[in-house]
Design a protein around this ligand. Sequence first.
Ligand code: COA
Length: 159
Amino acid sequence: MAKALYPGTFDPVTLGHIDLIERALHLFDEVTVAIATSESKTPVFTLEERIDHIQTIFEGNKRIKVIGFTGLVVDLAKEEESKILIRGLRAVSDFEYEFQMANMNRAMSPDLESVFLTPKAKFSFLSSTLVREIASMGGEISSFVDPIIEEALKKRFKV
Ligand code: COA
């Protein structure tokens, strides 16, 4: 069975991330969405909330597993027995960082392969930070996130 690991902070998960997860499901039997605690990013949503958001969006889909993690992604991949790491490339500007990370992960774990997928062009400018900023100022975010996330952001920012 081909298993892939898709790591990220997902604060919050956007339609761009969802697009990528759906693409990964066309290629792999099982996709594990691995949510990093990412304390240095001081997330708006707790790890438990971020896990719950993605679990709710993909409820009933037995090919998707959602977990939280701290520590190195290469260690998690070993624990999860996954040899594939999924990463998204939205634009050329993502490339340098992703290239660096893929090569660093390869240096630590030569058997782990990074696979890059591109989201639909309409999501190529999306980022969780921008979505949070727009939501915090009462802006319209329905075309960027699932209704569950829209609701959660409205509650969090009391808008
Ligand atoms: N659609 C929309 N947005 C997307 C996207 C897509 N398809 N792909 C990425 N993004 C956004 C993310 O939401 C994020 O936005 P933000 O910075 O505004 O929050 C931004 O692009 C950067 O995403 P990403 O590079 O995936 O960062 P991340 O914080 O989500 O994930 C980890 C980075 C967690 C995968 C990485 O830090 C990691 O592996 N950490 C574990 C520790 C480790 O192993 N370190 C050594 C690595 S060599």
